[in-house]
Design a protein around this ligand. Structure first.
Ligand code: IPM
Ligand code: MG
Length: 367
């Protein structure tokens, strides 16, 4: 099979982790007999510096005609003072919008090897396997009007939270469909005691849920969901959220399973899907070779499964990550104090070797 992938390394640790995900993808493609074409394009601050725009036309066009897009991260303190529409984040948001990827899937799994790395007690995080289904193209991120007006010292800023029934309905369907492939439980997150958007959200989610009598539905206010996520995380199956609540809760979920560096994501629902680790550009550790590439590597696995329908290849990468963790290899973010650590590139190498070994063993078993 020919896999046509656009890579967008972006800023900060983005290029480092994307580089390792690419190496693992190449090894996987070779082991399973697929052909890979990888084309790198600039996005975010890197694109701003090169082309004065965080999402150059050429990058967008290339993504539109790709089989899938793999992104590292965007943003950094160097770009804090650029106008809003030129910020690195604006480039990413425009890309999501243009691709139409309204559903952001963020699985958070507690690997048994990392139970003692979580800030929560092992018995609290044991068995965590949840999926945040985050609406990605609505809410405060895209609502109009938005502005900052008035003289310095007396300014007013406005952002708008806006959701239509159609937008809520389509993301709810994604959550219920995915719940059917899991433990058949959806927890819908809102702030229906305060927000109109949330009252509409809850009403529409309840309406959609009638089409899924086999899936259990619960509702939590977002503050209570944040609490439940730390007090009883294994009880969570699918968490359905609007855009900003999902952004916040997914970072929290990262910490719960040991490190946000572990979390992958897939943004789907458009013609071309976008895969990116949940973590940001982490400028404080950029170019030190210590970032955790596993979130990016696991995002590549999600890409193989969702965009190219290659579940065995995806499962091979995921099992390889688990075995590398079981063997005790740790980047700094997932190492207990005093334990030895390996670099970003070494972690990529370990996963790559595990993928090759697994593919070889698979071959022998098939013979
Ligand atoms: C994320 C990030 C982005 C978001 C930023 C970089 C725009 O935090 O993917 O979680 O808020 O969606
Ligand atoms: Mg975020």
């Amino acid at each position: 099979m020919l896999l046509k992938i656009i890579t967008l390394p972006g800023d900060g640790i983005g290029p480092e982790v994307t580089g390792e995900a690419i190496r693992v993808l190449e090894a996987t493609a070779e082991s399973f007999g697929h052909q890979l074409t990888l084309t790198e394009k600039p996005i975010g601050g890197a694109a701003l510096q090169l082309h004065n725009h965080p999402l150059p036309d050429d990058t967008l066009e290339s993504c539109r005609s790709a089989g899938a897009v793999l992104l590292g991260a965007v943003g950094g303190p160097a770009f804090n003072d650029v106008p809003t529409h030129l910020r690195p984040e604006a480039g990413l948001l425009r890309l999501r919008h243009e691709l139409g990827v309204f559903a952001n899937l963020r699985p958070a799994v507690c690997y048994s090897a990392l139970e003692d790395v979580s800030p929560l007690r092992p018995e609290v995080v044991r068995g965590v396997d949840l999926l945040i289904v985050r609406e990605l193209l609505g809410g405060l991120y895209f609502g109009q009007p938005r502005s900052t007006t008035g003289p310095p010292g007396d300014r007013t800023a406005i952002d708008t939270m806006r959701y239509s029934e159609a937008e809520i309905e389509r993301i709810a369907r994604v959550a219920f469909d995915l719940a059917r492939l899991r433990r058949r439980h959806v927890t819908s997150v809102d702030k229906a005691n305060v927000l109109d958007c949330s009252r509409l959200w809850r009403e529409v989610v309840i309406r959609v849920s009638r089409e899924y009598p086999d899936v259990q539905l619960a509702h939590l206010y977002v503050d209570s969901a944040a609490m439940a996520l730390v007090s009883r995380p294994p009880s969570m199956d699918v968490l359905l959220t609007e855009n900003m609540f999902g952004d916040i809760l997914s970072d929290q979920a990262g910490s719960i399973v040991g490190s946000i560096g572990m979390l992958p994501s897939a943004s789907v629902g458009g013609r071309v899907a976008l895969y990116e680790p949940v973590h940001g550009s982490a400028p404080d550790i950029a170019r030190q070779g210590i970032a955790n590439p596993l979130g990016a590597i696991l995002s590549a696995a999600m890409m193989l499964r969702h965009s190219f329908n290659l579940p065995a290849e995806a499962a091979c990468i995921e099992a390889s990550v688990a075995s590398v963790l079981d063997a005790g290899y740790r980047t700094k973010d997932i190492a207990q104090p005093g334990r030895s650590t390996i670099s970003t590139a070494q972690m990529g190498e370990k996963v790559l070797e595990a993928v090759q070994n697994r593919a070889r063993i698979g071959d022998r078993m098939a013979v």
